[in-house]
Each structure stands twice: as structure tokens, then as C-alpha cells.
Design a protein around this ligand. Structure first.
Ligand code: ADP
Ligand code: MG
Length: 615
């Protein structure tokens, strides 16, 4: 019998290795971002499409590669980071195995563009399933850009095994955070499907944490810092008052590498001992620096566990350091720990030392249903002309009523002395009828007008919201008991993107850690509406409108919010409410249709009616 053992071709060996190194898009993100860090640039950009299934691109402004190195970088066990076995014990770079690029190139279509700082030309290499397809000179920017397209295109089993985009994106975000937190001196940005999820400017650790988890972290973080012969500890823990029932944020970085360690977690958790409410977890962001000699990170390419000497000593030291920091914090609760971040500092206590109950700011003009009086709005020209049209449409009775209303506006006392006026007012107020809790019927000079109550209200709110965008203000009603709303990653990103507009509409929201917002206030019109339902409804409508209104986010927001807030068909309206609605509608610039173009009004002339009665 002949011998049966043979060497595997490189492409097969690489594919097998890839099984270990690249389990999902997030693993590729991690490898590329670590390479970018190792290259030493100050800025790293991550671009992802379809949660990494279609594209993962990392662009850095680091050292770049020569054409030969660029070609070499895709070989297995090709690295510039170590040369001999001894180097393994002095590793300061993130990578050292020389496996990542070879593995990735075995299971994806990769395009590398790179140029060393100072070189005239760079190089572009296209490689697919470990096979170089193209290599040519390229006039690219200094630094390196690597794009990975169609990950697992040739490993269908792996591809099918991937979870939904939301889940894969979550993993990518985790990896992004794990690289971004311990490297605050580097700027990072992260785009997903053309939306910027993060833009982290270079700064200190506190600023980095605030950029990632929200400005509210400014007052939650307690600094931890201590140095000994075996380990330097630096970072922050979260004040016990803000501990979470879920696991919250727990980050250890060992020599800038994210690690998991239940042993060290226990050390921190026990430092909090009595301070944490039952079943709550400590949150922390702690960097441990040790001599690379004392750790063995060479366990597994993607494992986050490490082994280190002096484990017990590090445990004890970590515990006492955190304890000490918490103790200091208890003595001086409002101490400002980090002057560098003063820009974001909000005093824990009001300047005058007195806590105020949240005030309710209500713009009386914002609610068409408050009183029977005409709203005191700044009457613009277009409103006047529309009101004039409306007056023309109205019958004599209504004309008189309008005169009275205008008079009422002039003398704010709302006292109308002549009984005769009052009678007329009363009778004309009764000229609106509600049909099936859906339509408002009213007479006009030429016949009968039917108004769709929901559509009309949508139009009114829509124009008001657009106006608020222009003027950058609208009334907010502060919530006595602010609620939190937890969103999935993509909705969270969407709200962040829309935050300025959402504020302009009258919401008062702020970030509250991972994927969560606190709603402090809602638009003043939305009396009795649940703040969480309101924001969720807005998002839902917004997303539905996205197909149709891709480009214009204000337009979309105004429409979505108007739809969301409007009085719905089925609601009984009082006379006052109907009159106000009619009034407000005709103060709009486009009273005759809803924001999405459906009619708000239809009329029947007397002649139409005559015809129906065969007169
Ligand atoms: P490792 O990072 O373990 O060395 P990789 O396969 O990730 O292995 O990368 C191989 C080599 O390619 C690296 O050692 C480095 O020299 C080079 N390289 C990879 N990415 C970059 C980059 N963004 N900028 C400069 N050089 C890079
Ligand atoms: Mg690497």
C-alpha cells in the first residue's frame, strides 16, 4: 500500500485556521482594528455594511506597508511583531501570531490598499480565497485600508450559521468598545450602513467612556488609580447607586487587551460589598498593566482568558484599591475627580444648594384644546390670508363670531359685555357637529364642509413641528418621574442621530448608558400620553416612512410625530375642541391636505345638495 499522508495546500490549511480565528464578522473587526492599532496611527475608521456580512473595512493612518510586506502579510505565520521565541514574553502589540490576515483572506474577498508614510506610491492587492487576483501600484493615502467583502462566501456552513444582523452588529459593537476604551488617545469612528454610530475623538479615558456610554457617566464614575511593583491599576468604577441588576458594564484590560476573568471580577465585586443593592452588579472599566513577562496570553487566538503569575497578589491588590477609591468617594460625594472633562461637568448639587421640583413649561399656544379662545399666536401673513379665506367661506353667523373672537384677543380679559354678542357667540359655536367621532361638519357660506378630524390635526401638528425645527424651540412638559427607554442597538443609534430634532420637537431626553435613554420631558401638547409609548411610536412611524422619505429626516420626523400625536378617529370632541381645530387648521399654510397628501376637507355646495334632492 502506498503512503497516505500529504501536506495540505495552504488555502485549505488557512481555511482551517480561519475556523479558529474568524468565527463571525466581529472577530474580523477585532483583528483588523488591532492591526490598525499596532500600526500606530492616531485615527481608525470602521465601516460596516449589513452587520459585517457584506463589508468590513478598517482604515488607519498608521505606518503602512511596503509592496513586499503587503504581499507577505497574507502568508500564514507572517508577522513583523515577533522574530524569536523570547519575544513572546515581551509582547506590547495586540497581534503577534501572523495568522489573522491569512485566515481572513482564505474565507473572503479582500482588498488591501496601503502606503508607507513618505512613500510616493502605495500598493493595492486583491485576494480571494487565498488567491491573489490583482496587485498593482496605487496612489492611495498614507496608512492602510483593508476591505473584507462577503465574509464566508466560500464557507456556506459558516455563513448560514450567522445570526441576525442585530445580533452580529451587537457583537461588532462589543469588539469596537473593547478596542476603543483602552485606547482613548486614538480617535475612532464607526459607520454601519452609512449611519455614523460612533465618533470618538482622541482624549482621556473619562471622555472616552462618556462618548461611548453617555454624558451622564460624568457624575457616575469614581476614579481608581494605584501603582505597585507587580501591577498598575487605572480606570473607573461606577458609583454603587447606579449599579445595574443586569450585568452592566464590566471591562478589564490587561496591557490594553480586553480580558475576562471571573476571579478578578470577584475581587471588584467584593470591594463593593455592602454598598451594592441586593442582586446588583458592580460596573467597572479597569486597566491593569503588568510586565508582559508575567502573563501568558498565548492560550488561544481568540480567547479572552489569560493566565498570570501572582494571581492572588493581583486579586488582593485590586480589591483594596477599589475599596479605597469607593471610600474616598463616600467621604466626598460631589468631588469633581477629573478637571480635564470640565466641559461636560454638571454640578451634582444646584449652585444655590436648593433642589427644585421640575417645572412644567407649557406653551398655551401649543394645545388647540385648552380654552375656547383663539390661540395667541404670532399671526403671520400667511395665517392672516388663510384666515381671511376661511372667513369668506363662513356664513354671516360665523363672520360675527370671528369678529367677537378677534375682539376677545384684543382685550385679554375675555369679557364681552353685550348680551347680544354672547348669544350670537353661543349660537355660532354650535355650528360644528361631530359625525361618528370622526368627521366634523360645519356650514360654510356656499354649503356644507366636512373635516376629517385626524387628518386635520395631523396637518396642524405637522406645521407646528416644522416651525419648531426652524425656531429651534418648542414647549416641553417636564416629567415628574422620568422614565427610561431601552432600545436595541440600531434604534439607539437612530435616536442618537435624530437627537437634535427630537429635542426641537419638545422631547427632553438624555443618554443613560448602553442603549438607554432617559425621558425627562415630552412635547407640551401630549398631555396624558405615556412618554415611552410616545417615543416608541415616533420611532416606529419614522422607520415606516423611511422607504418613502429617505432623504429628509425633518420631514419624516414631523410627519411621524404628527401622526403619532394626533387625535385619532373615534375620539369625541367638545364644541370648543372642534372650533379650535377648525381655527387652527385654517391658520395652516396648507390646510387642505394631510402631510402625506390626503384631503383634510371636503365640501358640498348647496347646489350639490339641491341636485341630490332633485330640486
Ligand atoms: P499579526 O498582527 O499577528 O502580526 P496579521 O495577520 O494580523 O498578524 O498581520 C500580518 C502583518 O501584516 C502584521 O504583522 C503587520 O506587519 C502587517 N499589517 C497588518 N495590518 C496592518 C496595518 N493596518 N498597517 C500596517 N501593517 C499591517
Ligand atoms: Mg493582527
Amino acid at each position: 500500500m502506498s503512503d497516505i499522508i500529504h501536506l495540505l495546500p495552504d488555502s485549505v490549511a488557512n481555511q482551517i485556521a480561519a475556523g479558529e480565528v474568524v468565527q463571525r464578522p466581529a472577530s474580523a473587526v477585532k483583528e483588523l482594528m488591532e492591526n490598525a492599532l499596532d500600526a500606530g496611527g492616531g485615527n481608525i475608521k470602521l465601516i460596516v455594511k449589513d452587520a459585517g456580512k457584506t463589508l468590513i473595512q478598517v482604515i488607519d493612518n498608521g505606518c503602512g506597508m511596503s509592496a513586499t510586506d503587503a504581499r507577505m502579510s497574507f502568508e500564514r505565520h507572517a508577522t513583523s511583531k515577533i522574530r524569536k521565541a523570547d519575544d513572546l514574553f515581551a509582547i506590547r502589540t495586540m497581534g503577534f501570531r501572523g495568522e489573522a490576515l491569512a485566515s481572513i483572506a482564505a474565507i473572503a474577498q479582500v482588498e488591501l490598499k496601503t502606503k508607507r508614510i513618505g512613500d510616493d506610491v502605495g500598493v493595492m492587492i486583491e485576494i480571494e480565497g487565498s488567491e491573489v487576483k490583482r496587485q498593482e501600484a496605487s496612489s492611495c493615502a498614507e496608512g492602510t485600508s483593508i476591505a473584507i467583502k462577503n465574509l464566508f462566501y466560500n464557507v456556506p456552513a459558516r455563513r448560514n450559521f450567522l445570526k441576525t444582523d442585530a445580533v452580529e452588529l451587537r457583537h461588532i459593537m462589543d469588539e469596537f468598545q473593547r478596542v476603543a476604551i483602552p485606547n482613548p488617545q486614538v480617535g475612532f469612528s464607526f459607520f454601519h450602513n452609512n449611519t455614523e454610530l460612533f465618533n470618538l475623538t482622541a482624549g482621556n479615558l473619562k471622555q472616552r467612556l462618556m462618548a461611548l456610554f453617555g454624558n451622564s457617566y460624568n457624575t457616575r464614575l469614581v476614579p481608581v488609580e494605584e501603582e505597585t511593583g507587580i501591577v498598575n491599576i487605572k480606570g473607573y468604577v461606577i458609583k454603587p447607586d447606579f449599579a445595574k441588576k443586569t450585568r452592566g458594564e464590566q471591562f478589564f484590560f490587561l496591557n490594553k487587551r480586553f480580558i475576562k476573568s471571573s476571579y478578578l471580577h470577584h475581587a471588584v465585586q467584593s470591594a463593593f460589598e455592602q454598598l451594592l443593592p441586593k442582586d446588583s452588579y458592580a460596573s467597572y472599566f479597569l486597566t491593569l498593566d503588568v510586565d508582559p513577562k508575567s502573563i501568558d496570553i498565548n492560550i488561544h487566538p481568540t480567547k479572552t482568558e489569560v493566565k498570570f503569575e501572582d494571581e492572588k497578589a493581583i486579586y488582593a491588590f485590586l480589591r483594596s484599591t477599589v475599596k479605597k477609591s469607593l471610600g474616598q468617594f463616600n467621604i466626598a460625594p460631589s468631588l469633581d475627580f477629573d478637571q480635564e472633562a470640565h466641559l461636560y461637568n454638571m454640578p451634582l448639587k444646584p449652585v444655590d444648594g436648593i433642589y427644585k421640583v421640575p417645572t412644567i413649561k407649557v406653551d398655551p399656544n401649543f394645545n388647540p384644546f385648552v380654552t375656547g379662545a383663539l390661540p395667541e399666536r404670532n399671526t403671520s401673513e400667511r395665517e392672516l390670508s388663510n384666515r381671511a379665506n376661511w372667513e369668506k367661506m363662513y356664513s354671516r353667523h360665523a363672520d360675527n363670531q370671528l369678529e367677537i373672537e378677534i375682539k376677545k384677543e384684543e382685550n385679554n380679559q375675555q369679557t364681552i359685555d353685550a348680551d347680544w354678542d354672547n348669544e350670537l357667540h353661543e349660537s355660532s359655536l354650535k355650528t360644528a357637529y361631530q359625525l361618528h367621532n370622526k368627521y366634523i361638519l360645519t356650514h360654510i357660506k356656499t354649503g356644507l364642509m366636512v373635516i376629517d378630524q385626524q387628518g386635520a390635526h395631523e396637518r396642524i401638528l405637522y406645521e407646528r413641528i416644522l416651525e419648531a425645527f426652524e425656531k429651534h424651540k418648542s414647549a416641553t412638559q417636564q416629567e415628574l418621574f422620568p422614565k427610561t427607554i431601552e432600545l436595541n442597538a440600531s434604534d439607539f443609534a437612530l435616536v442618537k442621530e435624530l437627537q437634535p430634532e427630537i429635542h426641537a420637537m419638545g422631547f427632553d431626553i438624555s443618554e443613560f448608558g448602553k442603549n438607554t435613554f432617559v425621558i425627562h420631558g415630552i412635547p407640551a401638547d401630549t398631555v396624558n400620553m405615556d412618554s415611552v409609548a410616545l417615543l416608541e411610536g415616533l420611532l416606529e412611524n419614522y422607520k415606516q416612512n423611511l422607504q418613502e422619505l429617505k432623504s429628509d429626516k425633518r420631514e419624516n420626523l414631523a410627519r411621524s410625530m404628527a401622526r403619532n400625536m394626533s387625535i385619532k378617529s373615534g375620539r369625541t370632541l367638545t364644541q370648543e375642541e372642534m372650533n379650535n381645530l377648525i381655527d387652527e387648521l385654517f391658520a395652516c399654510s396648507m390646510p387642505y391636505s394631510t402631510p402625506s397628501g390626503k384631503p383634510t376637507i371636503t365640501t358640498f355646495s348647496s347646489e350639490d345638495l339641491d341636485k341630490r334632492f332633485k330640486k
